[in-house]
Design a protein. Sequence first.
Length: 286
Amino acid sequence: MPKENIKSGRKPNMILRIIMVAFFSLIGIILVLPFICNFVSTFKPGNELIRHGLNLTISSENFTLANWKYLFGGTTSYFTWFSNSMILTVLQVVFTLGVSAFVGYGFAMYDFKGKNAIFICVLLIMMVPFEILMLPMYMQIINMKLVNSFAGIILPFVANASSIFFFRQYLLGIPKSIIDAGRVDGASEYGIFFKLIFPVMKPSFAAMGILNTMGAWNNFLWPMLVLRDESKFTLPIGLNTLLTPYGNNYDLLIVGSFFSILPIFILFLFFQRYFIEGMTAGAVKG
């Protein structure tokens, strides 16, 4: 091939690459801009936020560390709400991933009577909005005497339909010959799962772990219905109590909202490689 044709072929590819890099850089800046505005606003007094809202402008006149001192001063219940959210999130994610992985494994690797009908029920649950299920779930929690308890928040979401569907789709891409080989070697059914299947599922656990963590950490409506005592409030409920008809505590609200983003951000930074791998594999397998 002549050198002129090679060079002419490289130029469109280079131009396209530059355009794509510029486009995605712009998208990245747009997505990160609200977080930067939030961070800058933590160094402004609350009345400044009321007058001008979130922006990137800051001057020596309105710069203050009072919001951060207020947050870490121990005079508020913020870190009680933060620890409650942390405990609930960890427990809910661990139980949800464990139960959903087992259910998805059963749908993918075993044949039993009524399997397709039960899986259709799982798909139907995914299509029903939470607001429709909220009232019967709440009545059930009352009958089980789990109101104002962490168990009442965690229990209804242990078998998560979306996680079950994802694990099932992911496991359909794993050959059943692995299970047969494990049985030939004398491994139990639980041994096959934990020793042979679980190591292969790590990317899917990372992907679902991040998604379930985001859902549990930001969950507001259901904990607000179940919880009664302020000492058990989660972070979204606690921050919402700062907004009242008699006054809004923007000083704590803005720095508290920024601080609440950090755990999810750090989690994604550490597991983003597994998250992308798991989501990609789950999308094409099955």
